[in-house]
Write a protein that binds this ligand. Structure first.
Ligand code: CIZ
Ligand code: SF4
Length: 319
């Protein structure tokens, strides 16, 4: 803890010296989340991270999260330097949706509006009409559906199916999944609920249907945090990356938070519910990039400008 405090102080000093601001996701290491808040940065979901980075005056943004979050920051603020602790921090949704295959799929369905989740590469966003995050996906797809539009959705199949069911939109789905949320188990969740009938069940819609079906609240990371803060219950079962528990505990001290089960036979798998790519962000590599200026994100034109149009459509819609 002493070393960690010293590392945090060093990182804070380097952020200041570089005129940089730290933008962190709810799923990264708690020390990084705390550091971001203590130094005037933000801790949030990908929608708010994008908005915060764009609107902040700092010329250097340090994004603690996964690759697409750094790319989104650079796409929206090409004149800023965007650094990431580890450029190999990616996402199974991004990996599972290669740009060429995706473009071919879109070409086969020219009659559909192309809506992609934030968790995609810049090249995939460049091919899309709209980008959405889990905070605004229902509203945006609902809006397109009301206009009579048919939709091509990528890459998360669980989130796509959930939105399809909620909005009734005609949606063709790409077959991607998040390796973390895909692991939550419906049957084990049911058994856990029977042990804690008073608990409120909070589920991120990247989870399988058998898990979403049992939820009291289905929502984005920000929505799930709000549910814990505002809920009158004492106990919550949380089906999303367990990195989020850090912020939930800070904002709702005294409430009991239980991780939703990720493994069969009643066993819990400690590492399953934490994203290995989010876990690549640490104080050590953050300090390194602040010292060296390494790991700057680049997004070449014209991909950047095309992706920007797709992201700004969402930001304008949600403004
Ligand atoms: O699972 C993720 O990567 C999420 C929830 C990202 C986001 O939208 O904040
Ligand atoms: Fe991707 Fe899932 Fe990790 Fe989020 S938690 S970055 S969706 S693999």
């Amino acid at each position: 803890p002493k070393d960690r405090a010293a590392a945090k102080a060093r990182a804070a000093q380097l952020l200041k010296a570089r005129g940089a601001v730290l933008v962190a996701h709810y799923y990264v290491d708690g020390d990084l989340q705390d550091l971001a808040l203590e130094t005037g940065g933000c801790v949030s979901d990908s929608l708010e991270m994008a908005r915060f980075g764009r609107d902040h005056a700092a010329q250097t943004l340090v994004v603690a999260g996964v690759r697409f979050m750094g790319e989104t920051a650079k796409i929206l603020s090409p004149e800023k330097t965007v650094l990431m602790p580890d450029l190999d921090a990616t996402c199974s949704l991004d990996l599972g949706c290669p740009a060429e295959d995706f473009a071919a799929f879109c070409d086969q369905h020219p009659d559909r509006k192309v809506v992609v989740y934030a968790n995609t590469s810049a090249a995939v966003k460049a091919r899309a009409d709209w980008m959405v995050t889990s905070s605004c996906a229902l509203d945006i797809v609902g809006h397109l559906h009301a206009q009579g539009q048919k939709i091509l959705w990528a890459p998360d199949r669980h989130l796509g199916r959930y939105i399809q069911e909620q909005t009734g939109a005609d949606m063709l789905l790409w077959n991607g999944a998040c390796i973390v949320h895909d692991e939550f188990k419906g049957l084990e969740l049911q058994m856990l609920r029977e042990q804690h009938p008073d608990a409120l069940i909070l589920v991120h819609p990247e989870s399988p249907r058998s898990v979403v079906e049992q939820a009291d609240v289905v929502g984005s990371t920000s929505a799930l945090i709000k549910a814990v803060v505002e809920g009158t219950q004492q106990r919550y079962i949380v089906a999303t990356d367990n990195g989020i528990l850090h912020r939930m505990r800070q904002l709702a001290p005294g409430k009991e938070l239980i991780e939703a089960p990720t493994a069969g036979n009643g066993a819990t798998c400690k590492s399953c519910a934490h994203c290995p790519w989010m876990a690549m962000n640490a104080l050590t590599n953050l300090i390194e990039v602040l010292e060296t200026g390494a790991n700057a994100i680049q997004v070449p034109e014209p991909t950047r400008a095309q992706a920007q149009a797709c992201i700004e459509r969402m930001l304008d819609f949600t403004a």
